[in-house]
Design a protein around this ligand. Structure first.
Ligand code: FES
Length: 218
């Protein structure tokens, strides 16, 4: 699936002068719509409870190999790993460069990934093993709704993820913006590159102690 395959969704832009006002309106609308959206996300939220772990969420997953060879630059793919939605992105050179721009970093709550939301080998400006490919769990770190990826250069500046439940934004590396309900960056699953275009989810070769149970907020 590419971004062009994705259905349309909210298009607020935090760099736009009207963004703040629209976000307030969007938040109000989000409250009204929350009953339906939260109900829609409940099966997923409920799946995180129960016998999976002491913390109440699934933490063990079968390894999953992802072939990146047919993912064109500038496109992304949505897949499911266990009960988790996962987004895989192939960045353009411009998108990689945008992730280090000071104007973007100033908008982020945790630009250097201090919170342990990723393995050590992904604690870098791209929050990924290599700059070209990003892999993020698409679960909002506010209350667990599913986020949606948008591939626009300027919305926010490096493209990114949006949660429609209460209006949280994450940049193209899954880093949460300031002044939104979510407080943590999107989780990055442990992974290893088996080849330049073959990725295996499940274990970080450089940080084997990091598992899905290590993630602070999901
Ligand atoms: S669940 Fe509240 S902003 Fe995403």
């Amino acid at each position: 699936m590419t971004d062009s395959d994705s259905p349309p969704y909210h298009q607020d832009n935090p760099t736009d002068g009207h963004y703040g006002r629209r976000r307030v309106l969007g938040t109000a609308a989000g409250v009204v719509g929350c009953a339906g959206l939260c109900a829609a996300s409940w099966p997923f939220l409920d799946s995180l409870n129960g016998p999976h772990s002491a913390k109440g969420r699934q933490t063990t997953f079968e390894p999953l190999d992802i072939d990146l060879s047919n993912l064109a630059p500038g496109s992304h793919r949505q897949l499911t790993w266990g009960n988790l939605p996962v987004a895989v992105t192939h960045r353009t050179k411009e998108q990689i460069k945008a992730l280090t721009q000071p104007t973007l970093l100033a908008q982020l709550r945790d630009p250097t990934s201090r919170s342990r939301q990723q393995p050590a080998d992904c604690r870098n400006p791209w929050r990924s093993l290599v700059p070209d490919y990003g892999v993020y769990v698409g679960i909002c770190t506010h209350l667990g709704c599913v986020t949606r990826f948008r591939n626009l250069e300027n919305d926010p500046p490096a493209g990114g993820f949006f949660c429609g439940c209460h209006g949280s934004w994450f940049d193209g590396a899954g880093r949460v913006l300031k002044n939104v309900p979510a407080a943590y960056n999107l989780p990055v699953p442990p992974a290893t590159l088996l080849a330049p275009t073959m990725l295996r989810l499940g274990r970080s070769a450089a940080d084997p102690a990091f598992t899905m149970a290590s993630i602070e907020r999901m």
